[in-house]
Design a binder for this molecule. Structure first.
Ligand SMILES: Cc1ncc(COP(=O)(O)O)c(C=O)c1O
Length: 418
């Protein structure tokens, strides 16, 4: 039966970022609980990457599952143009209470659409065709605006001719802040920059690389002084991944727009939110209907998604959740100390619940063959990890237990003996 699912998948489905000719067949998962995924034949896989960074509290969590079920019996969906509903209002009120610098929530479906929304807000508000500024190696999603914002990267190579222009500067990596600041100042001086977009503190898909919060904060402050919009992409970092609820809280300045998705529903349903300040919202207020923000999505603010988001937020705000995040960070830091300076590794980084290791290789890249060797090895140990080339990261659901983390660390230790 298990095999049957694989054959039926291979006959019908086109998977993302997957070379169908050479990729191993997909792993058919039929149920999940806590941090573990199960195949139909009963193999268990520890989900060490929170199913593409979305799961916060564990799979099939009853609080969220019940909230969705209850909502489905009351109101499953209603159009958001001209209608509203209690779950969306409640969730917006709660988010804004946590993030009081913002006063408006624009819902959409996923990380890319949260970014598209932010870009279109600043483009329409400014009314001038200015350029975006972003960090080299950024990843903001796969729609055209999100790809353009990231600049030309290996993820979007076939689409380069179709992207709009963005200026990419080196991120303020620790030890390389000067290079980044010089490039930033040069870009700002050109007078061409209309908005600055960044993943705060850590670049996710670009290789889980940390950078200086101080210098990033200085860049955001400079943009504010020069009237340049700032957009924080907290699609990965939001909802506690880096320790505090939102990574931008470490900057001491809140960007004009904050994009959230991934963990927003605890990993149950697609939903996203772009948060804006009142000043930006006011730029769209006019007797002229054409000045309204011209953007929307069919399932934006879906009642089911918002019910899941409210339930996930209930769990996130429990003291136990903060404690669980603290414990993960503590464990990560312990192995970081152990592995730092290991000849097989060029870096070991920890930021909140995220642990990242970079293996020394001749040609570091997303396509480095170490990627599949590592993922095959971890699968054979019952662990689901998805290295970014020669960068391995662990980004677990907050419910992960100490023994489960130990199992992951011990498998990683084995790879250091290769
Ligand atoms: C920082 C960041 N922004 C945006 C996205 C795009 O999100 P989605 O895949 O939900 O469109 C991702 C996805 O990995 C991301 O990591």
């Amino acid at each position: 039966m298990d095999k049957n699912w694989i054959l039926r998948d291979l006959a019908t489905i086109w998977h993302p970022f997957t070379q169908a000719l050479t990729a191993p067949p997909p792993i058919p998962i039929v149920r999940a609980k806590g941090a573990t995924l199960y195949s139909e034949t009963g193999e268990a896989y520890l989900d060490a990457i929170s199913s593409w960074w979305v799961n916060l509290h564990g799979h099939a969590h009853p609080v969220i599952a019940n909230a969705i079920a209850r909502q489905a019996e009351i109101l499953e969906h209603v159009l958001f143009g001209g209608c509203t509903h209690p779950q969306a209002i409640l969730y917006a009120e709660r988010l804004l209470a946590l993030l009081p610098e913002y006063s408006r929530v624009f819902y959409s479906d996923n990380g890319s659409t949260a970014i598209e929304t932010a870009l279109k807000m600043v483009f329409q508000a400014s009314g001038e065709a200015k350029t975006l500024l972003s960090f080299e190696g950024a990843y903001h999603g796969d729609t055209f605006g999100a790809m353009s914002a990231a600049g030309k990267t290996h993820f979007n190579r076939p689409f380069w001719p179709y992207l709009f222009e963005a200026v990419s500067i080196p991120p303020p990596f620790f030890g390389r802040e000067e290079e980044s600041w010089v490039a930033f100042e040069r870009a700002i001086r050109s007078g061409r920059i209309g908005a600055f977009i960044f993943e705060p503190l850590i670049q996710g898909a670009g290789g889980m690389r940390l950078h200086s919060d101080d210098l990033l904060a200085k860049m955001v402050r400079t943009c504010r002084e020069k009237g340049i919009f700032t957009i924080a992409d907290e699609v990965m970092t939001g909802f506690g991944r880096t320790g505090p609820l939102f990574a931008c809280s470490r900057l001491g300045i809140w960007p004009d727009l904050l994009c959230l998705s991934k963990g927003i529903t605890g990993g149950f349903l697609p939903l996203a939110a772009t948060l804006a300040k009142e000043e930006l919202f006011n730029a769209f207020i006019s007797p002229d209907p054409k000045r309204a923000f011209l953007h929307g999505h069919t399932y934006m603010g879906s009642p089911l998604g918002c019910a899941a988001a409210n339930a996930s937020l209930d769990l996130l705000l429990l003291p136990e959740c903060e404690e669980a995040r603290g414990k993960i960070e503590f464990s990560h830091r312990r192995v970081q100390k152990e592995w730092e300076g290991h000849p097989k590794l060029s870096r070991v980084d920890v930021l909140g619940t995220i642990l990242a290791l970079e293996y020394r290789v001749d040609a570091a890249s997303y396509y480095n063959p170490l990627k599949s060797r590592l993922s095959d090895f971890f699968l054979s140990r019952g662990i689901l990890l998805r290295p970014l080339g020669n960068v391995l990261y662990v980004l677990p659901p907050y419910c992960i237990q100490e023994e489960e983390l130990e199992k992951i660390y011990s498998a990683i230790s084995e790879t250091l003996e290769w």
